[in-house]
Design a protein around this ligand. Structure first.
Ligand SMILES: [Mn+2]
Length: 301
């Protein structure tokens, strides 16, 4: 691997994991120019890279210089491991070579929890600490805030970060949203017999935190399907309820997403689809989820 100072640019996911990746990598090379991306845009193939570009927590693009990822559905050349977060992949592979990363041990551990949605009900309804900070990223699409947070995480303690004016502003907005989402979810949800639900939020302005509210309010349902506008398309997110903790997962949601051109993790995945195809896709998804057998099969001894 080339020294980190060789690289000029980092393309990273715009979620908490992507931001922690940027914290680690810009600690090693503060001159990296940061571009935030989402997996759908990477898969379309319009994103330009070169040998001086690093990609983290996103699908691989041919010709990039360095790649760090943890999504089972992505393939490519670089550091790719099945780990709780992409930040974990970076940390594990680089911290012995670059001991200045040691100070992020705690941050990376929280990042693992956040990227795998390892939350309690209280974490969702009354978020605190890094979890609260993670949720502020989803409040609105705000590149300046993301860049600001990367700088804060490099320099300050969690308590200091939570006292920052920009952060406080987002926290206030987030807490306001949380209150509204309870009634909003109840209004737009359709629960199916076979332990899944569809939350149709087309035409409604919400941040991704609404998914966790839905899972919390409908905790006996095991899978949630979320529909949301995404520019001229529809974004379908599929996820196991974060409160469903059993190892038995009878359907791999990344494979289901892949069938429609999306991707992700076995327990959380996403699809971007055009408006003319959404009805048929939704019918197919319901058909598949209706047939999921939730009864674990025990091996005969
Ligand atoms: Mn990730």
């Amino acid at each position: 691997m080339k020294d980190l100072s060789f690289f000029k640019k980092l393309i990273t996911h715009d979620d908490f994991d992507g931001i922690v990746c940027a914290v680690l990598l810009t600690t090693l090379n503060p001159n990296l120019e940061i571009e935030f991306q989402v997996p759908e845009v990477m898969r379309k193939g319009d994103v330009k890279t070169d040998k001086k570009t690093i990609i983290s927590d996103l699908p691989y693009i041919e010709g990039c210089g360095l790649w760090f990822d943890h999504h089972a559905s992505n393939k490519g050349e670089g550091f790719h491991e099945i780990a709780p977060s992409a930040a974990r992949v970076i940390y594990n592979n680089l911290h012995l070579k670059y001991p200045e990363l040691f100070r992020y041990e705690d941050l990376v551990e929280w990042c693992d929890r956040i990227d795998t949605a390892d939350y309690s009900k209280k974490d969702i309804l009354k978020p605190k600490g890094y979890i609260l900070l993670g949720f502020t990223l989803a409040v609105d699409e705000d590149k300046d805030y993301k860049l600001h947070l990367i700088k804060l995480l490099r320099k300050f303690t969690l308590d200091q970060i939570l006292e920052d004016k920009f952060v406080k502003e987002k926290v206030k907005k987030l807490e306001n949203n949380l209150k509204n989402y309870v009634s909003l979810v109840k209004k737009h949800i359709k629960v199916y017999d076979n332990l899944f639900y569809i939350l149709d939020l087309r035409g409604v302005d919400v941040d991704p935190g609404v998914k966790f509210i839905a899972h919390t309010l409908f905790e006996t349902q095991k899978i949630g399907v979320f529909l949301k506008d995404q520019d001229d398309n529809i974004k379908i997110s599929l996820s196991y309820n974060y409160l469903y903790r059993e190892n038995f997962s009878p359907i791999d949601l990344s494979k289901l997403a892949k069938y429609f051109g999306g991707g992700g993790h076995p327990r959380a995945s996403g699809i971007t689809i055009s408006k003319d195809k959404i009805d048929d896709a939704l019918k197919d998804i319901i058909k598949v989820l209706d047939k999921v057998d939730w009864q674990p099969k025990y091996k005969k001894s």
